[in-house]
Design a protein around this ligand. Structure first.
Ligand SMILES: O=P(O)(O)OC[C@H]1O[C@](O)(CO)[C@@H](O)[C@@H]1O
Length: 546
């Protein structure tokens, strides 16, 4: 936070800790214990972050003074906390059935949610029993294509890939998200239109990419039936908050699954948007994932801040953003099954927290959400970890790893785990000049010993978080995702911003529509576009035929 003449208590702690190395901080077992907290199969280890117990206490007190518990209850009970859109935020109600604490969400909301889950369940059972025709679907379905983008894609994709060991046999699932026609073209080449079921997931049912891809599949299936509209309609399901638009597009009423305005796209995995995951994994595993998230909800609602995992994660992020000045963090999952986690978090966090003004339109007092990027380990170590260890920027790292793998190749798994611990330790401790000296390296001719040594020194003091899941199960994945959702909630409340709108993306979409309208036109008026855009429109037009 910005300091005026008198530094705030938090700024004073940051100043006090300047120059105190992580090497020293991690010697305090009491501190490390406070920064290491568990919920069921999920361990959150923040002990390699650059703060001590007094700083943590000050952060906690600052949050406590913000009234976050009341805000939390306002969210769970369905108050209109998304003020710029005038809506409640009730993704937690989608999994309330699996919670131990009674849900304060409105009864009609819970009823609608349960009815929809039952409808999803009926469809899943029918398809798994080979009785899709009883739900108006094709008799045989070998492939399901899920079309959606952003929140209508990233959550189901993460769940289906992460939980692939729970996959039901016989039905292949494909995700079609980008509007790149090459992908559509290549996918369709391998599918049978008469045996393909298409799920169109779009809250708005107005997203350019999703509708273009849906249109391409409609044309492709229609050709297989010589345009027979009744047979064509059997192949499409929609999940949307605008059922009238889905009907107008051609999805039969009974094939439409609701989304609600009180669920943002980026937290919609738990709704019927997760239908593809329920189909791929089985309803019991989908429900288990909801229950895992509900467990985190209960924990978040009932645990004091000192042991509350989402809160602790938020405290550290506030510290890193506003007192250490870090631009963001790298999220590295040491599990290929979690390769979609970073993209998922990019939307969840950057669309929610990437804002400059608060709910009243005033500039934020500090910095909002930072950049989230990353990938999978150990691959990342052989690509960009050099910069993480010795680059000019300090970029905190979040490691996510599994204690027990679901395969028998234990040597491989030990390599993953030991690399997590090794990298985290190396980032924190660095490598001093004395350590370099004690471990000499062959010196090329003409290079001084000092020059070589200086290049082999690692500054250290590079913070990281480790999240360990005992195993990757529907429950642990549900808890992990809900952990991040609640972290986002805490930060949004603390910073005063609205985590549930995304006004920033709208003007670019509108411009793309205007540009699409002129790209193919014979006579065009390009005066509405800025000179740089105009030049490239003309360039594309002039070179298209080549
Ligand atoms: O589900 P829809 O309405 O197709 O939107 C897709 C995505 O587009 C966004 O609105 C941003 O462009 C996301 O918030 C959303 O998840």
């Amino acid at each position: 936070m910005p300091s005026t003449s008198e530094p705030s208590p938090l700024a004073a702690h940051a100043e006090r800790l300047t120059g105190v190395p992580l090497r020293e901080l991690i010697q305090d077992p009491q501190r490390n214990e406070a920064l290491r907290q568990r919920l069921g199969p999920l361990l959150l280890d923040l002990s390699r972050q650059s703060l001590d117990l007094p700083a943590l206490q000050a952060l906690g007190e600052d949050l406590e003074a913000s009234g976050w518990q009341a805000a939390r209850e306002a969210m769970f009970s369905g108050e209109s906390i998304n003020r710029s859109e005038g809506r409640p935020v009730l993704h937690t109600a989608l999994r309330a059935a699996g919670a131990a604490l009674p849900s304060p969400a409105p009864a009609e909301v819970r009823r609608d949610i349960e009815q929809t889950l039952q409808k999803v369940e009926r469809l899943v059972s029918a398809l798994h029993a080979g009785e899709g025709a009883s739900c108006g679907l094709p008799t045989t379905v070998t492939d399901v294509v899920h079309i959606g983008i952003g929140g209508s894609d990233l959550g189901p994709r993460l769940a289906v890939h992460a939980l692939s060991r729970y996959r039901r046999p016989h039905t292949r699932v494909h995700f079609l998200t980008n509007v790149d026609g090459q992908t559509v073209h290549d996918l369709l080449a391998g599918l049978d239109p008469r045996r393909t079921l298409v799920i169109i997931a779009s809250k708005s049912f107005n997203t350019q990419e999703t509708l273009l891809n849906a249109n391409a599949l409609r044309d492709w299936i229609a050709r297989a039936y010589d345009g027979n509209a009744r047979k064509l309609a059997r192949h499409f399901l929609a999940v949307t908050a605008r059922p009238e638009a889905a009907r107008a597009w051609g999805v039969p009423e009974s094939h439409i699954y609701p989304m609600w305005d009180y669920v943002s796209g980026r937290t919609s995995l738990w709704s019927a948007v997760g239908l593809v995951a329920a189909l791929a994994l089985g309803m019991e595993h989908f429900r288990a994932m909801l229950a895992g998230a509900a467990r985190m909800d209960d924990h978040f609602r009932s645990t004091e801040w000192t042991q509350n995992l989402p809160v602790l994660l938020a405290l550290v992020e506030h510290w890193n953003r506003n007192f250490k000045g870090y631009a963001g963090r790298a999220v590295i999952a040491y599990a290929d099954l979690l390769r979609d986690l970073t993209p998922y978090l990019q939307q969840l966090e950057m669309e929610s927290l990437g804002k400059q003004v608060d709910q009243n339109g005033q500039p934020l007092a500090g910095r909002g959400g930072g950049v989230v990027w990353g990938g999978v380990g150990t691959n990342a170590q052989h690509a960009y970890f050099q910069a993480l260890h010795q680059g000019s920027e300090v970029i905190p790292v979040e490691f996510i790893a599994l204690v027990r793998p679901a395969h028998p190749l234990h040597a491989n798994h030990d390599a993953l785990l030991s690399n997590v611990l090794g990298q985290a330790a190396s980032l924190a401790l660095g490598r001093s000049a004395a350590e370099v000296q004690a471990d000499p390296e062959r010196r090329p001719e003409g290079l001084s010993a000092e020059a070589l040594a200086a290049q082999r020194v690692l500054p250290g003091n590079r913070p990281s978080t480790i999240i360990l899941l005992d195993e990757l199960t529907p429950q642990s994945l549900g808890s992990l995702i809900a952990l991040y959702e609640h972290k986002v909630f805490v930060l949004a409340h603390w910073w005063g911003l609205n985590a549930y709108d995304q006004w920033g993306v709208e003007p670019g979409k509108a411009l793309a529509r205007q540009i699409a309208a002129v790209l193919d036109a014979e006579a065009m008026d390009l005066e509405d576009f800025d000179p740089a855009t105009r030049a490239l429109i003309q360039e594309i037009q002039s070179r298209r035929e080549g």
